[in-house]
Design a protein around this ligand. Structure first.
Ligand SMILES: NC(=O)C1=CN([C@@H]2O[C@H](COP(=O)(O)OP(=O)(O)OC[C@H]3O[C@@H](n4cnc5c(N)ncnc54)[C@H](O)[C@@H]3O)[C@@H](O)[C@H]2O)C=CC1
Ligand SMILES: O=C(O)[C@H]1O[C@H](OP(=O)(O)OP(=O)(O)OC[C@H]2O[C@@H](n3ccc(=O)[nH]c3=O)[C@H](O)[C@@H]2O)[C@H](O)[C@@H](O)[C@@H]1O
Length: 446
């Protein structure tokens, strides 16, 4: 099928590349000329495992094109996806200006019967607004159908998730359009769920809100576990074995970040308010997450009193491993707090340093070697569980520091493993581990 995708970000680009890989003729359109220029040269503007290779393969097969031109990008398209950003507006709601602009652009440039598919995460009822805008601006005498097709991929495994998703949601009020979309996705062999447009839009927000709730729930359990002497890793394992609870998204840590959970939870609170409903639960989830981002800072303050003059290494700056996305990363909150306390901050990330420089406060220094970050620091914080960070941090901290103190925001190590090292180790929802000598001194003083 001839498919066009508006917006070549994490969702639009991955969707376009994967649809071309299953044989569709795909054109990706973006208003950012720098992105399109890179893409035309086979370079991905984002770091996403496997994406660049797949892109190169399909460009070569001549079924994947990139353009900034609406007339070129939308002409002859049978299916047009809207995959532009829906960032958080100041009042917490989703900013729909990019979506509505895309809707106008489509209306002005399509030249045949088209299905307009909204992949961007949009508040319930937005597809009707898109329909209104399109019909107002339509230039040709063509038939347009509307489908809500929310996206569930995760950054860092976006290609893998697209090929192996657990469901594809197709919200439509037109059976023929829904069938056509089902046929388009058929080669993926992923179960298709056909719903109303409004339900499809709601499924997306409900899914993200539920996952965010699981994370805040386990983080609260972690905070209590520390106080009562339980171990959150054991607790998560124990409750995750119950099939009704499930073992996923129970990793305690420094809270969720990223481009979606934070903004989508706020947007759903706003949607609820507009429907005269007070979503107490979700408001608490957001509040818990905000305070959870400071957990390592609080622990370090408690341990050292003042952090002034201390150099803190932040290992992992991106909001999660395998991505260069810095949106709502815990490193932002932490570096601000540390610098405010007159601490020095040295940041390391295997991929995200260039993006980090654009958003972290002035004063943060960077290194592209984890060894340097640990060596130059007085205190080490693990913020993102990159494979390299897990593999090297414990050993490097012990190697370079006379009295090593490690604050682990992702519970990368088992306590048994840590006990083999002469290190002071603070993690989330578990007791602190003290070095053997310090432990002996503590016992002797009683
Ligand atoms: N990032 C993710 O993992 C996921 C994102 N989503 C949703 O998908 C949507 C897109 O998210 P991302 O891909 O992260 O956004 P992004 O910010 O990475 O990319 C959006 C792209 O749209 C382009 N754009 C904006 N207006 C345009 C226009 N009028 N014409 C052409 N291009 C235009 C921008 O230049 C940018 O390249 C959002 O609604 C998001 O909530 C859904 C699931 C996963
Ligand atoms: O709508 C979206 O954009 C996407 O949002 C999330 O995907 P993403 O934000 O890319 O990454 P996740 O793996 O969900 O992680 C989000 C954050 O939660 C944190 N997290 C995740 C899982 C967990 O158990 N604990 C935890 O703290 C991660 O460290 C990260 O900061 C959802 O998982 C996707 O299904 C959804 O499509």
């Amino acid at each position: 099928m001839k498919v066009s995708i508006i917006g070549t970000g994490y969702v639009g680009l991955v969707t376009g590349v994967c649809l071309s890989d299953i044989g569709h003729d795909v054109t990706c359109l973006d208003i950012n000329p720098n992105k399109i220029n890179l893409l035309k040269h086979g370079k991905s503007p984002i770091y996403e495992p496997g994406l660049e290779e797949l892109m190169a393969y399909n460009i070569k097969k001549n079924r994947l094109n990139f353009t900034t031109s609406h007339s070129e990008g939308l002409r002859d398209a049978e299916v047009v996806y809207i995959a532009v950003g829906t960032p958080q507006a100041e009042d917490g709601s989703a900013d729909l200006s990019y979506v509505m602009q895309a809707a106008k652009d489509i209306a002005c440039h399509i030249s045949r019967d088209t299905i307009i598919v909204t992949k961007s995460t949009v508040p319930i009822g937005t597809n009707y607004k898109i329909k209104q805008v399109v019909l107002e601006h339509l230039q040709e005498d063509v038939t347009v159908d509307f489908v809500s097709n929310p996206e569930f991929l995760r950054e860092g495994s976006a290609v893998e998730d697209t090929f192996n998703g657990e469901r594809i949601v197709i919200g439509s009020e037109n059976e023929e359009a829904a069938d056509k979309m089902e046929a388009l996705y058929e080669p993926f062999r992923i179960p298709v769920l056909k719903t109303s447009i409004l339900s499809a839009e709601m499924i997306k927000y409900a899914a993200n809100a539920f996952l965010a709730t699981k994370i805040s729930f386990i983080n609260e359990i972690a905070n209590i576990a520390e106080k009562v002497g339980a171990d959150v890793e054991e607790v998560a394992y124990g409750i995750g074995k119950d099939g009704r609870i499930g073992d996923k998204f129970l990793q305690a840590g420094i809270g969720y970040g990223g481009s979606c959970f934070p903004k989508d939870t706020h947007a759903l609170v706003k949607i609820s308010e507009e429907s005269n409903h007070d979503f107490h639960l979700l408001k608490s989830v957001i509040k818990i997450n905000e305070s959870q981002k400071s957990v390592l800072y609080q622990k370090a303050k408690k341990r050292f009193g003042s952090l002034a003059g201390k150099r803190v290494a932040l290992l992992g700056l991106a909001f999660k491993p395998e991505t260069d996305d810095m949106r709502e990363a815990a490193s932002i909150t932490l570096s601000e707090k540390l610098l405010n306390d007159q601490a020095e901050v040295i940041g390391y990330d295997p991929i995200a340093i260039e993006n980090a420089k654009k958003v972290l406060p002035e004063g943060v220094i960077y290194t592209d070697k984890i060894e340097d970050a640990v060596k130059q620091a007085d205190i080490v914080f693990i913020l993102t569980d990159w494979k390299e960070v897990i593999e090297k941090t414990l050993v490097l901290t012990c190697l370079f520091h006379e009295q090593p103190v490690l604050f682990d925001g992702r519970n990368c190590y088992s306590l048994e493993e840590v006990q083999k090292f002469n290190i002071e180790y603070h993690s989330v929802g578990r007791e602190a581990v003290r070095p053997a000598i310090q432990e002996r001194e503590l016992t002797a003083s009683f």
